[in-house]
Design a protein around this ligand. Structure first.
Ligand code: ZN
Length: 138
């Protein structure tokens, strides 16, 4: 746990939140700055900064509960779909250094946009990147 972490404080009940789900390992709360109404955050109660820092047992519980929460968000909001995403690191948009998934309910023509313009690999670059990732997995 990090002493100045907002999500650790919420998990301990030291800061208010709108909890929609809680068990011994996982918490789900409404995002107070929602991209869409019903935008929910699913997070571990124990502190981990990013996805890559999550212990396997916590990650497994988090995935199962994220699916449960996503189903409920879709049902409760009447959404036609949802985004499930996690920002990792400031450069990706992570605002609070405590790993959390965003469940964002979506409807056709809801006006929610994100600017992910696909790039084109140059000659040989696709192979080069694939080789580098395969090597890093060893
Ligand atoms: Zn924390």
């Amino acid at each position: 746990m990090s002493l100045d972490c907002v999500f650790c404080k919420i998990a301990k009940g030291e800061l208010p939140s709108q909890k929609v789900y809680e068990n011994e390992m996982v918490l789900a709360i409404l995002d107070i700055n929602p991209i869409a109404f019903g935008h929910t955050l699913v997070l571990p109660k124990s502190h981990a900064e990013t996805f890559n820092d999550l212990r396997p047992d916590i990650l497994g519980e988090l995935v199962v509960r994220a699916q449960q929460v996503a189903r409920a968000v879709v049902r409760a909001t009447g959404a036609q779909g949802f985004n499930l995403l996690m920002n990792n690191g400031r450069c990706s948009g992570q605002a609070i250094d405590h790993a959390h998934w965003h469940v964002i309910p979506r409807k056709a023509e809801d006006g929610v946009k994100y600017n992910w313009a696909p790039r084109k690999y140059g000659e040989g670059e696709l192979q080069k990147h694939a080789d580098a990732i395969r090597e890093a997995l060893k």
